[in-house]
Design a protein around this ligand. Sequence first.
Ligand SMILES: *Cc1c(COP(=O)(O)O)cnc(C)c1O
Length: 360
Amino acid sequence: MKAWEKNIRTVDPYVPGEQPVLDDMIKLNTNENPYPPAPGVKEIIEQMSVKDIRLYPDANCSSLVNVLSAYYQLEKDQVFVGVGSDDVLATAFLTFFNSKKPILFPDITYAFYDVWAKLYHIPYERPALDENFRIRREDYYKENGGVVIANPNAPTSICEGLEFIEDILIHNQDVIVIVDEAYVDFGGVSARPLLRKYDNLLITQTFSKSRSMAGARIGYCMGNKRLIQAMNEVKYSINSYTMNQWALQIGVEAVKDDVYFKEGLVKIMRTRQTTANALRELGFDVMDSKTNFLFVTHKHLDCKQLFEYLRTKHIFVRHWDTERISNYLRVSIGTENEMKAFLDETRQFVQMSQQAVSVQ
Ligand SMILES: *Cc1c(COP(=O)(O)O)cnc(C)c1O
C-alpha cells in the first residue's frame, strides 16, 4: 500500500438503478415518468442556440428561484436550486450535519442518505421501520445531530400525514429536520405549511419524477432564509455554477405549465390504482402508495425470481438483495400499455409458479 493511499477518502457509492438500452424495453426500475415534460420545454429545447454556451450561467439561478418561490408562495430567499435533489441533499448534509451526535433516518429509506453520511464522516443511526414498514416516531425523540425523513418514503411508497411530520419537528427543534419530498406530488401531503412555524425545517423536491425531467437534473429545497443562505455559502465554496443555462430555462418553462403538470399527475395516479388492483387480484400485497411506484410482495412467490423472469422479457423493475425487503419489488408506474405488458408477464409467472407447485 502506498503511503498516500491511506489518505484517500473511500466510500461505498450509491448504486443507481440500471439504465439498459434496448429498443423494446419497458423501464419500470428508476421511477422516471413515462410521459414527456411540458410542451413548452420542448419548444425551448428546439430554440436553444449554441451561442448560449459561451457565457457562464446565472450563478444565483434567479429565474428558476423566482418562479419556484412564486409557485409555492414563498420569499425568493427561501428557495435553493441544485443539480437534482441529490445535489441539494448532499449540500444540505454538508451544511447542516456537523455535530458529533448521530443523525437519524430509517433503516429502509432512500439508500443515498448513508452514502452521504459516510462520505462526509457524519455519524448516523438508522432506527428500524415497524413491521408494517411505518416510521416509528418515538425513535426520533432522542438527542441527535439531525433528522432525515423521506415522505412519502422510498421504497415503501407510504406517506405520513402533516401531524406526524409536525410531531417530529416538535421533538427536534435544535437540529435541522430534512423532509425529502421527491414523490409528494403523486398524492402525498407536503410539509410546506409548517415552514412558517419551524425555522429548522428543510423540504427538498425534484423535477425528476413528477415533472418528467430526470435527465435535466433539477432539484430544489425550501426553508427558512437563514438555512438557504447557509447552503448558498457552501455551494459558492465548491462550485458556483451548478445549474447550466439550459436546465434553468427549461425548469422555468415546466413550472409555468401547471395545467399540464396536474393532468400528468392524475394519469399516473389512475394507472397506479388500476395496477395495484390487478396485482392484488394476483395475490400480491401492495402497499398503499402515494408515489409513482408500487412496493409489492407475495406470500407464495419468490419475487426475486419474478424480477429475473421479467428481465428476460425486457421488463425492468427494481429488486434489492437486502435485509427485510429481499422478497419485495419496486415497480415504477409507466404508461397504461407498459403496465398492461408488465401485468400480462406477471400473470404468466404466477401461473407457471402455481403449476410448478401443483406438480410437486
Ligand atoms: C429520486 C430521488 C431523489 C433524487 O432525485 P434527483 O433526480 O436527484 O432529483 C431524492 N430522494 C428520493 C427519495 C428519490 O427517490
